[in-house]
Design a binder for this molecule. Structure first.
Ligand SMILES: N[C@@H](CCC(=O)N[C@@H](CS)C(=O)NCC(=O)O)C(=O)O
Length: 203
């Protein structure tokens, strides 16, 4: 088994944190996105979508998408559960993971990928107006997330889950956008200190 991984990129980090929480070690192959290694013929054959993370099983089967890769490991190593235990917990985790990934994280990525000059060769066409438009959307999503964290210790409820991993990676990915989490988002800051103190956050 091999995990194709990249430094500084939020999606591969989601899988690294997930594996660290489970205590699973998987051999890794580093793919340098900056020098477009993911667009090589060899990598394109493996994953025609040319994205990391990508997991290759020993029989050659390839799994892509952070959540699909995480789900695969959850099924093999159910403890500790990061997708929930009861039907309701599973639904809430799925709901928040989708809200965070399809909403907030997508907005953060749009601000960075469409706004940063260094991303012009990655995001084609790069539409600066889209970066600007997403700044307000990103901050509106963050306020709703802060509200939710005022009600519960973790984003999807009482327990740490994959939704917290997605949120941590998305919040940290705000750094290259140069936009900070507002000081008055006290619930989010409280949550951030908690999850960022877990050893897995260093993955
Ligand atoms: N939805 C995918 C997104 C994967 C993705 O976009 N990965 C980025 C790194 S964070 C990438 O490979 N980017 C390459 C590029 O933009 O050309 C997932 O969850 O794994």
């Amino acid at each position: 088994m091999k995990l194709y991984d990249s430094v500084r990129a939020p999606n591969p980090r989601r899988v690294r944190i997930f594996l660290a929480e489970k205590g699973i070690e998987v051999p890794r192959v580093m793919v340098d996105l900056a020098s477009f290694e993911h667009r090589s013929d060899e990598f394109t054959k493996l994953n025609p979508f040319r994205r990391t993370p990508t997991l290759e099983l020993d029989d050659g089967t390839v799994i892509t998408e952070s959540v699909a890769i995480s789900r695969y490991f959850e099924e093999i190593y159910p403890e500790p559960p990061l997708f929930g235990r009861s039907p309701l917990e599973k639904a809430r985790i799925e709901m928040w993971n989708r809200r965070v990934e399809l909403g907030f994280m997508t907005e953060v990525q749009a601000v960075f990928r469409h706004g940063h000059p260094g991303m012009a060769t990655h995001e084609i066409p790069q539409v600066n107006e889209w970066a600007e438009a997403n700044k307000a959307k990103m901050m509106a999503s963050l306020r709703l997330i802060n509200d939710q964290l005022g009600e519960v210790p973790f984003i999807a409820g009482e327990t740490y889950s994959i939704a917290d991993i997605t949120l941590l990676c998305a919040v940290d990915f705000m750094k290259p956008t140069k936009i900070k989490v507002p000081e008055d988002h006290t619930h989010l800051w409280r949550w951030y200190e908690d999850v960022n103190a877990r050893p897995s956050a260093k993955a």
